[in-house]
Design a protein around this ligand. Structure first.
Ligand code: SF4
Length: 338
């Protein structure tokens, strides 16, 4: 039976972040313009909890949005205390937060351990120092390697976030970042293809023609390759792309590969790529049957049957049948020529 894990997201606004990441308009990314109100956060957690079934396997409160360990420590303490009250009552099972690689050191990790934080997500974005510099991140690849080493030493759960398509990146550098991430051994990854948000430095670069974002097709292609890399080594990709309802106001996106169902496009592209790899090895006839896990059926077909239409045209196939087999793992595909 699949696990029922729930995350209660609490978005912590930027609160005077001293950095100038070119892609960031933190207020818009988190959809929050007001200051932190502990009472409201407390109520928000309880409202969420009221909607979560009692038989849930695991519930975590997650502080996202800003660089948690960069906000004043008293405020960190206050926020963690709100979460810890629910932890002590057994209403949640863990606390996670996101931060920057250069906002991690032993003192910070001691503080987080004392406050029962269980997992840390780092906004790595890229492992290429040229890309990090062009993105104005203010930290280096070495900062990430050091932060990851420390987080593992302290035995926190580890998640890493990357952003394909930043200025000065290429598909090669993004895939190199993906391989580097694998070497760091996170439990999970989030992939956020770069979007141009209004009122950011990236928006100005875009308007001056200095930066061109990935097209949707390019973003889907390179994210599918990244997903494949992570899947091969069983690293969970828990998020692909920003979600309109939760973390970005769609009206604030000026350009870039935004799609409300980006993950489905990526999964679908990956299945198509695997089918085409198999078709390279055989001489394709008139009919074919494709078998996938039942939950992959809509990814197999693609939006508006796009994959089947493409395969029929490209390989001159008259009939494509599909078959569902729940003994296959998600993402696995078997092709039979009939
Ligand atoms: S993305 Fe960069 S600028 Fe924005 S809050 Fe995080 S560190 Fe600060």
């Amino acid at each position: 039976m699949s696990k029922q894990n729930y995350i209660i997201p609490i978005f912590v606004p930027q609160l005077g972040c001293p950095h100038d990441c070119v892609f960031c308009n933190q207020e818009e990314i988190t959809g929050i313009k007001e200051q932190i109100n502990l009472k409201q956060i407390s109520e928000r957690i309880d409202d969420y909890l009221a909607t979560i079934p009692r038989q849930a396997d695991r519930i975590e409160v997650a502080f996202y949005g800003g660089s948690f360990t960069g906000i004043p420590q008293q405020l960190q303490q206050d926020l963690l205390t709100v979460a810890n009250k629910r932890l002590a009552r057994g209403r949640i099972n863990g606390i996670r937060l996101s931060t920057r690689p250069d906002y991690i050191d032993s003192k910070i990790l001691d503080f987080l351990k004392q406050n029962n934080v269980t997992a840390i997500e780092l906004g790595v974005q890229s492992l290429d120092n040229n890309v990090l510099a062009a993105a104005g991140r203010g930290h280096t690849r070495e900062d990430t390697l050091h932060a990851v080493e420390l987080i593992k030493e302290y035995n926190f759960g580890l998640g890493l976030q990357i952003m394909p398509g930043l200025p000065s990146s290429s598909e090669d550098s993004d895939l190199a970042t993906g391989r580097g991430i694998i070497n760091l051994g996170p439990e999970f990854v989030r992939i956020y293809p770069t979007l141009v948000i209004k009122n950011t430095e990236l928006a100005r670069l875009y308007q001056r023609g200095v930066y061109t974002p990935l097209s949707l097709k390019e973003a889907v292609g390179s994210t599918a390759k990244l997903l494949n890399l992570f899947r091969r080594v069983n690293i969970d990709v828990i998020r692909i792309g920003l979600q309109p309802s939760e973390s970005v106001n769609q009206k604030e996106i000026l350009a870039g590969p935004f799609h409300p169902a980006l993950r489905q496009l990526v999964e679908s592209k990956l299945l198509l790529t695997k089918i085409e790899e198999k078709l390279k090895e055989v001489s394709v006839g008139d009919k074919m049957r494709i078998t996938v896990h039942p939950k992959d059926l809509s990814n197999l077909k693609g939006q508006k049957n796009k994959n089947f239409v493409y395969l029929k045209k490209e390989y001159d196939i008259n009939e494509i049948r599909f078959n569902l087999d729940d003994t296959l793992v998600r993402g696995e595909v078997v092709v039979d020529l009939l």
